[in-house]
Design a protein. Structure first.
Length: 260
């Protein structure tokens, strides 16, 4: 019989938490189609003979393989819909447990790890990874009490704005005033979406000005996240700083555009 090779199915099972041997044995049982002896599973799966029973026991404990009491003993796979549901639920349980342990870790570390003091003057931090950039924007939005001023090319604005939508909503609920300058596009839907993230009467979508040479977000005139590279704001390296000189320069730049 043909041995299963690495393919899309095995990659999905691997992502759901199965080891290589567990994946091969489960897929072998699916291919066999009926309750099968260990020797048949060995021939189809390519898993070493001495490992077959151990792997079958592991899959039984997971609930995706059943042991049929016959002579000789046979095994059969749970149908894929049931098996994937079981594995997904297991993933969720593992995630909740990992989250609990992470929270415990944070509490322990707080005893001897000083918290980051963003009030310390003239800090400049380079952030390069997408999730770290989004997290930093969320943190800054949570600290903001009064104003957010942003100058961002529209094509790059919407994707990352959607990822911090909840933080923007919370800021607006606090009464934070949000102004956005971006390049007008012919897509009215983009315009409507962008206005959801700002105060409608202060959002300017200009089509007569040249595109800005920088993109940035200023929070309460106390901190700024900026980038000088083209592309999605959350997918290109950014600088976070609370340097007053940088913020003043950016603020003046913003007001020049805003008042035109």
């Amino acid at each position: 019989m043909e041995v299963f090779s690495e393919n899309d199915e095995s990659r999905v099972l691997s992502e759901l938490g199965l080891t290589i041997n567990q994946t091969r044995v489960y897929l072998a049982l699916l291919k066999l189609g009926t309750a099968s002896k260990a020797i048949s599973i060995f021939k189809v799966s390519g898993v070493a003979r001495q490992d077959i029973y151990r792997v079958l026991r592991e899959l039984q404990r997971l609930g995706i393989v059943e042991k049929v009491i016959t002579k000789p003993t046979r095994f059969r796979a749970a149908e894929p819909k049931k098996a994937t549901a079981i594995l997904i639920e297991k993933k969720k349980e593992n995630f909740h447990e990992l989250n609990r342990r992470a929270e415990e870790f944070v509490l322990i570390c707080e005893k001897y790890t000083p918290s980051t003091n963003y009030h310390e003057k003239d800090q400049i931090v380079l952030i390069t990874e997408k999730q770290s950039i989004i997290h930093k924007i969320q943190e800054s939005l949570e600290r903001t009490q009064n104003t957010v001023d942003s100058l961002t090319p529209s094509m790059e604005a919407l994707p990352w704005l959607a990822s911090v939508e909840e933080s923007i909503k919370i800021a607006k609920d606090k009464g934070v005033k949000i102004r956005w300058i971006t390049k007008k596009t012919s897509n009215d839907k983009n315009e409507t979406k962008l206005l959801m993230y700002s105060d409608q009467h202060k959002a300017k979508l200009e089509d007569t000005m040249p595109p800005p040479r920088a993109q940035f977000v200023i929070f309460d005139e106390k901190e700024i996240i900026l980038s000088f590279e083209e592309g999605n704001f959350a997918e290109t390296p950014v600088l976070w700083t609370n340097s007053s000189s940088v913020i003043v320069l950016a603020k003046n730049y913003f007001e020049t555009y805003w008042n035109k």
